[in-house]
Design a protein around this ligand. Sequence first.
Ligand SMILES: NC(=O)c1ccc[n+]([C@@H]2O[C@H](COP(=O)([O-])OP(=O)(O)OC[C@H]3O[C@@H](n4cnc5c(N)ncnc54)[C@H](O)[C@@H]3O)[C@@H](O)[C@H]2O)c1
Ligand SMILES: O=C(O)C[C@H](O)C(=O)O
Length: 326
Amino acid sequence: MKQPVRIAVTGAAGQIGYALLFRIAAGEMLGPKQPVILQLLEIPDAVKAVEGVVMELEDCAFPTLAGVTVNSDPRQAFDGADYIFLVGAKPRGPGMERKDLLQGNAKIFIEQGRALNEVAGRDIRVLVVGNPANTNAWITAQSAPNVDPKRITAMTRLDHNRALAQIAAKAHTPVTTIKNFCIWGNHSSTQYPDVSHTTVNGRPFRDLVDQDWVENHFIPTVSQRGAAIIEARGASSAASAANAALEHMRDWAIGKSSDWLSMGVPSDGSYDIPEGLVYSFPVHVGGGHYTIAQNVSIDEFSRARMLASLKELEEERDAVKGMLAG
Ligand SMILES: NC(=O)c1ccc[n+]([C@@H]2O[C@H](COP(=O)([O-])OP(=O)(O)OC[C@H]3O[C@@H](n4cnc5c(N)ncnc54)[C@H](O)[C@@H]3O)[C@@H](O)[C@H]2O)c1
Ligand SMILES: O=C(O)C[C@H](O)C(=O)O
């Protein structure tokens, strides 16, 4: 057996936490030969509930689970961590947009960014799940100037997976036959699920569908899926969110892909997205790194959608800038 790696998860008593922790502990993120130590963070009022989750983790007797700690101080939870899932944040309810959570949740990410700044190692990998995820990742990076911002990412993998499922259903084909799909922009209703370069079994997907389907069915279905789940379940997505979080971190850490994945990452100026904004791009993964796919051709329709999502991200950033100074 290898040396254990340390994985911090915030919001451990929440519904995503409950769907995520058992899968990480079972070895689904880093494989059956990699022991893990879970470092859980909750607010003091929820620590008792986390202790119940820990009892259940123990009762699974997972061979890959080498230890669990329960914390209410982010510096303790993040200390020595190799991977950090920032899940703990308020979810939205029916009729809300994710950006309505910004003022309330921003202070969580300011505090946790500062804690990261104090204790995070150089090779840390951080995934922000708590909404609005892109801007919370930006806030975390701004609050952690000692941490390489490339190591702080936001989750759009759930949107990516939702879109793959819609494409597969439309083309009557397994998801494994789909290539070159990506989400651009914000994890919000302005996101742009882009099928312009997508192939199915090697054939352009656009040959199978018309613009009306793309614009008036596919894009709204993918971008409104979170709201549809809240409407149906009375609570936001949890198992599918946990699955996407696990896949994002797994692929970043140990994946290798010539195909595109979607990740919210700080822009390096690619596609004229201003540097530093956390924007979802098509990425390749390999060797423990992600790289933004280059030279993707962007038509007029795509550009307009990408700019609309960029504008929203700039507005979100401007709405919280003042809080960072304090
Ligand atoms: N990016 C995505 O695709 C995506 C998908 C689904 C959900 N989400 C978001 O993930 C977040 C969590 O969702 P959930 O359904 O698990 O919510 P939940 O309410 O079930 O759980 C959130 C947990 O976070 C804890 N928490 C609050 N403040 C904290 C802090 N400062 N430190 C540590 N823990 C803290 C709460 O006590 C609670 O147990 C929400 O913001 C939700 O909107 C994002
Ligand atoms: O929609 C939400 O508020 C939760 C999450 O971001 C989702 O996409 O399911």
